[in-house]
Design a protein around this ligand. Structure first.
Ligand code: KG4
Ligand code: ZN
Length: 348
């Protein structure tokens, strides 16, 4: 089974062809991606209108390129998948309309994929992880602890009540004058700083419900930075290191609680999985590795190219849905907001 997947929900235009064999294993035949980071950098964040326009300009080129790299024609596909949300609506419309048009002209089944579902299922493409597993999805737009029980069967165990984890990294970077996206910059500078230099708060630590709250931590960094301004290079490194230590501690603690909740309410997960752009952070990975290890589980972290936004995860989610006959009509609307539970089981 082969599916073409299109992703345009944020600032990457990405198209991929993924094939699954008889055993259900996925193989990425192509994974084309064009990041718009440069177009947005001057504004310190993603500008929706610029993003939508940039997607329009390149999406057809990327479709051609993805097919060429895969050595396939459109008619070789068994289905066409596109992310239908959640995300920036202008961008979502571009990818969704492109996918529908390709499905219409080829007469192939169409799969309107939830971007979060695609992140949630990506470890099955990279590592063949069996259901059910606990997923920490941590990116610029989302921070969720999801118990993934099956295709379309997601239970949200915890979420952020204010900033997303990647967003907190980005906002701290911005206040310290670092370029967008801030996560990788903060991580780089944190390596040369002292994580104990500033005693930043660790919000929600020890709380029974596995939610995050990160805006207080972000504010604490701002207050400290303003207090000691003007900042030296060493100050910035120490601020980055101390902030990263605090956020990693919070995420590890919340994930540990989520594992307890899953075990008490649903049973044993097969693994702890981390996905989303923040999964690229090595301090975060190390700490979550310890959390998993201490509770007798493996930590699965898909390769970075599959953790950040990409077309392969959309194509793969398309394959998983197509196998179950879960195809969609060409009247499927784009969605700016689309919580996962709306499609699956609601947390009891
Ligand atoms: O999944 P992603 O590519 O896009 C979405 O937001 O959907 O995630 C991007 C986010 C940004 O907030 C970025 O700063 C963060 O992931 N990020 C990191 C690192 N690399 C990317 N955060 C912390 N450390 C990193 N090394
Ligand atoms: Zn994403």
């Amino acid at each position: 089974m082969r599916v073409l997947g299109i992703e345009t929900t944020c600032d990457e235009t990405a198209v991929s062809v993924v094939e699954s064999n008889r055993d259900g294993e996925g193989h990425i035949l192509s994974n084309e991606i064009l990041s718009q980071i440069k177009a947005h950098q001057a504004y310190g964040g993603v500008v929706p209108e610029i993003a939508a326009r940039a997607h329009v300009e390149v999406v057809d080129v990327l479709v051609k390129q993805a097919l060429k790299t895969a050595g396939m024609r459109l008619t070789d596909m068994d289905g066409i998948a596109a992310a239908a949300g959640p995300g920036l609506i202008g961008g979502v419309m571009v990818g969704l309309t492109t996918g529908k048009a390709l499905a219409l002209v080829t007469g192939k089944p169409f799969l309107a994929v939830n971007h979060l579902e695609a992140h949630a299922l990506s470890p099955r493409l990279s590592d063949g992880v069996a259901f059910p597993f606990l997923l920490l999805l941590a990116s610029g737009g989302h921070s969720q602890l999801l118990f993934v029980r099956g295709v379309g069967d997601y239970v949200r165990i915890g979420t952020t009540i204010d900033d997303a984890i990647g967003e907190a990294f980005d906002k701290v970077a911005k206040m310290l004058g670092l370029p967008y996206p801030g996560g990788p910059e903060v991580e780089k500078l944190a390596r040369e700083g002292n994580p104990e230099y500033f005693a930043f708060p660790r919000p929600m630590l020890g709380r029974k419900e596995p939610n995050f709250s990160l805006s207080g931590l972000k504010t604490a960094v701002r207050i400290e930075a303003q207090r000691i301004a003007p900042l030296t290079e060493m100050d910035i490194k120490n601020l980055c290191a101390s902030f990263q230590a605090a956020i990693v501690a919070v995420v590890a603690d919340r994930t540990k609680i989520a594992l307890d909740v899953v075990r008490a309410d649903f049973g044993e997960p097969t693994a702890l999985v981390i996905a989303g752009g923040v999964a690229a952070n090595l301090a975060m990975r190390d700490s979550l590795h310890d959390v998993a290890h201490q509770s007798g589980l493996a930590l699965i972290a898909p390769p970075i190219a599959l953790c950040t936004d990409n077309g392969a995860m959309i194509a793969w989610a398309g394959i998983e849905r197509l196998r179950l006959g879960l195809t969609d009509g060409l009247d499927t609307p784009p969605r700016a907001r689309w919580p996962l539970e709306a499609k699956g089981t609601v947390h009891a």
